[in-house]
Write a protein of this length. Structure first.
Length: 424
């Protein structure tokens, strides 16, 4: 029954978080402007996704609570929302596989002409644009107005002496030196750059410093951000044993009361760029403990029975590593977590008191509840909650592999946590 209650609580938590996401998703429209293909300018509320993939359309409302309208890339010239600008363009895109496992020996670029929305990274006398498609291919472009030139780059395989080698077509460096020619030191700056948005953006900033030209617009490349904090809360822990019944029947058939405990810890959260900060990696160092009392009664008759009273308790220092998905809207962030825990026991209670009758002989015995134990415990974590400003409230379920060190016996520890967190 206790297991059903815990699983039911976890299900309610998951459904509640899903409802939060659905409600808050309706509010991601922000003031912006759309310049249509014929030149008309429309002030409106634009759907802001902050996705890693460039948009293929723009959804907007003329009033915040009004109807939603959609324009495709061939119906607009450009649009502005928050700190981002996208321009419609017909461009050459390079679609060769870029992931190492999918590279080929083909050195030639695979060019596909497409109409896309390019993100403006730098706009001025010299401009830089960025495009990422749904397959993860990244293309960078230079140019002005209606002239968008693909910066050419490709990874491919080459037959080496003992194994295949990864080679690179770095034509983009020659293109950049030609495009930014009026900076005398541009060749020195270009030699060590890689084909990435952040690297080439830095090159453009060096160019503008070198020539004293003015930047009209700059979209600074987002980076990982981090948050530190502390958390504290309560936990409910239960134990369950499974295995070879004829050997470990006293443990397997025992009845174990739940344990109510206090937990405390610190956390470090690394928040991935783009996607409105929806994805992050949450790492915690926490103190967690439990102590359960068990009872086993093997009663055959008044002259032959055994009662076993056991106490099993562990205190752990745990490292939790989780992926967190959230839907931030203003200061409110509903979230769900999924990850793993690794704990080292710093304190152990492993006692059993047996009493009984063996055909007229009274027996009292004190032994270990579990003969062979280990200090290391692994587990899986699932939970969710909501963050408001610096405070967060979370419910979390943890399933651990316990402390047993037998092949024929398995222990499962189940903990349901409720945490309050504070970000510094």
């Amino acid at each position: 029954m206790r297991k059903k209650n815990i699983l039911f609580t976890a299900l309610i938590l998951f459904l509640s978080t899903a409802i939060f996401f659905n409600v808050f998703a309706q509010n991601s429209y922000f003031p912006g402007i759309i310049i249509k293909s014929e030149g008309d300018t429309l002030s409106c509320f634009i759907r802001y996704n902050n996705s890693e993939v460039n948009p293929t359309k723009v959804s907007f409302k003329t009033i915040q609570n009004g109807d939603v309208y959609t324009l495709s890339f061939n119906q607009i010239r450009e649009y502005h929302v928050l700190d981002e600008i996208y321009v419609s363009a017909i461009v050459d895109t390079e679609i060769s596989p870029s992931k190492i496992n999918y590279l080929t020996f083909d050195q030639s670029l695979q060019i596909e002409v497409d109409t896309v929305l390019l993100q403006v990274i730098v706009r001025g006398d010299k401009s830089l644009y960025y495009y990422r498609n749904s397959n993860g291919n990244e293309n960078l472009f230079i140019g002005d107005n209606d002239q968008f030139i693909l910066l050419k780059y490709k990874k491919y395989l080459s037959q080496g002496v003992t194994t295949n080698e990864i080679k690179e077509d770095k034509t983009f460096k020659i293109q950049l030196m030609s495009y930014l020619f009026d900076c005398p030191n541009i060749g020195e700056y270009t030699s060590n750059i890689g084909y990435s948005k952040s690297s080439i953006e830095k090159l453009f900033l060096r160019y503008y410093d070198c020539t004293s030209s003015n930047i009209i617009f700059r979209k600074e490349t987002e980076k990982f951000t981090s948050q530190f904090g502390a958390l504290a809360g309560l936990s409910i822990a239960t134990l369950n044993f499974e295995g070879k019944h004829e050997v470990f029947y006293m443990l397997i058939d025992g009845i174990y009361d739940p344990s109510y405990n206090f937990s405390v810890g610190v956390f470090f959260e690394a928040i991935a760029p783009r996607n409105n900060g929806k994805l992050s990696f949450n790492n915690e160092l926490i103190y967690s403990s439990y102590k359960v009392n068990g009872f086993f009664n093997d009663y055959k008759n008044e002259a032959y029975y055994t009662k076993r009273y056991s106490t099993i308790g562990y205190s752990y220092v745990k490292m939790n590593n989780m992926i967190r998905f959230k839907y931030p809207v203003g200061n409110v962030e509903p979230f769900v977590n999924l990850g793993f825990s690794n704990g080292i026991a710093i304190n152990e209670t492993n006692e059993s008191r047996n009493e009984g009758q063996f055909y007229g002989e009274t027996v009292f015995e004190t032994t270990k509840a579990i003969g062979e134990t280990r200090k290391y415990e692994q587990g899986i974590l699932f939970g969710g909650g909501v963050k408001v400003s610096r405070l967060s409230i979370e419910m979390r379920l943890e399933k651990g592999n316990g402390m047993v060190n037998y092949n024929a016996l398995k222990a499962t520890s189940t903990r349901l946590y409720s945490f309050v967190g504070y970000r510094f």
